[in-house]
Design a protein around this ligand. Sequence first.
Ligand SMILES: NC(=O)c1ccc[n+]([C@@H]2O[C@H](COP(=O)([O-])OP(=O)(O)OC[C@H]3O[C@@H](n4cnc5c(N)ncnc54)[C@H](O)[C@@H]3O)[C@@H](O)[C@H]2O)c1
Ligand SMILES: O=c1ccn([C@@H]2O[C@H](COP(=O)(O)OP(=O)(O)O[C@H]3O[C@H](CO)[C@@H](O)[C@H](O)[C@H]3O)[C@@H](O)[C@H]2O)c(=O)[nH]1
Length: 433
Amino acid sequence: MQIGIVGSGYVGTTVAACLADFGHDVMNVDIDESIVRALNDGEAPVSEPGLDALLERYAGESLFATSDYEDLVDFAPDVVFLALPTPTNDDGSIDTSIVEAGAEALGTVLADIEGHPIVVVKSTVVPGTTQDVVGPALERESGKRVGVDFGLAVNPEFLKEGSAVEDFNDPDKLVFGTDDDRALEALEAVYAPLIEEGTPVVDTDLRAAEMIKYANNAFLAAKVSLINDIGNICKEFGIDAYEVADAIGLDDRIGEQFLRSGAGWGGSCFPKDTKAIVAAAREQGYDPQLLQAAIDVNDRQPQRMLDLLDSHVDVEGERVAVLGLAFKPGTDDVRNSRAIPIIEGLQERGAEVIAYDPNVGARDNMAERFPDVEFLASASPTLSGAAAALVVTDWPEFADLDREFDLMSGNVVVDGRRIVERRDGLVYEGLTW
Ligand SMILES: NC(=O)c1ccc[n+]([C@@H]2O[C@H](COP(=O)([O-])OP(=O)(O)OC[C@H]3O[C@@H](n4cnc5c(N)ncnc54)[C@H](O)[C@@H]3O)[C@@H](O)[C@H]2O)c1
Ligand SMILES: O=c1ccn([C@@H]2O[C@H](COP(=O)(O)OP(=O)(O)O[C@H]3O[C@H](CO)[C@@H](O)[C@H](O)[C@H]3O)[C@@H](O)[C@H]2O)c(=O)[nH]1
């Protein structure tokens, strides 16, 4: 099949590389020329395990990138995915302007694309967006009609950063939101290799497919906030929340995943998607109290880390080490990382912040935000002379830290991820244990 993909970030690039690996011909469209160049050179514009190898194999063979939507006309796609950002407005609601702009740009060339292409929204959008924003934009600019000249579908993506390629190739489910058989058949053909392997397909309409994505993320985010709430109670009682989590995770109805309490959730999805669905619900006249509480608990966890630090040491004028900047291990992404409020809190206290993340991209990304912080290339010099250390990301290499702590001038370690071993000589504070 001929597959167009508009937007080549974490999702668009991963989907492109994996669909090329399925045997499809892929054309990526992105407005960022540096991304287009990287893709055509076979280099991943985002850091994801396995992505470089796939791009190296397929770039210039069955995968091409362009900044010119017009190139889609000759390419004649059967399906075009929209993998564009859906950021947050100041009031927490979804900002659909980028998706709408992408749909408009696609609409102008859709006028000349032959056949019956299916436009598939892969971005995370609140219920109604595909029908009320994307469809009309495509119709307006192309002069063609949904369901008659081209199809419209929703196919949310559930991959996680840091394991994007693996997740795409081994999903728990495929969700196809369509209004007509042609769109459904096209999606089934795109994903044929996964369907043949037995991946369950949820066949539903556009709005339910959009909602499934938010429900999925809301559930997972709320699960982490619930274990954080329970973890905070455990800490007050002097009970190890990880022991409690292991026990409750044995109940199949609860499940063992997403029970790691600590500094809370960050990243480009949970924070924006929980806010967006809360705002969308309020617009419909319903106030989702539990989801709002999940957000509030999450916002409080970094402050609890700082409170624990304050209970042991006044860091004004002191060197303080921050270990971990990425919002989770295995990625260079620092969007909504818990390290951000932690560093801000330390700076408010007058501390000199020294930070380290094993991923150089994460260090560079955070350096753009915090020019006053010193970013170092390994843990030892970061801990050297520090009065205290805060562990914000559960990178596996932090579990091996040992004698490095001897380099500190003080001995307070506040661990937000239960990754560092307790050891003699350290005043060790786990956030929830
Ligand atoms: N990142 C994830 O793990 C993940 C997982 C599932 C779903 N999603 C959802 O997928 C969507 C995309 O997320 P992402 O993380 O890939 O975003 P991203 O910011 O990494 O990438 C978006 C890309 O779109 C490009 N772009 C912006 N405007 C454009 C336009 N008009 N035409 C062409 N390209 C344009 C940007 O240059 C960028 O390369 C979002 O709705 C997100 O919520 C993300
Ligand atoms: O037990 C846990 C599990 C996760 N987290 C934190 O939760 C955040 C999100 O982690 P994760 O879900 O692994 O990463 P994302 O890449 O943000 O993936 C989520 O968001 C994506 C974008 O919507 C979805 O596609 C994925 O299914 C969904 O897991 C990170 O800050 C983690 O540190 C915890 O604190 N405790």
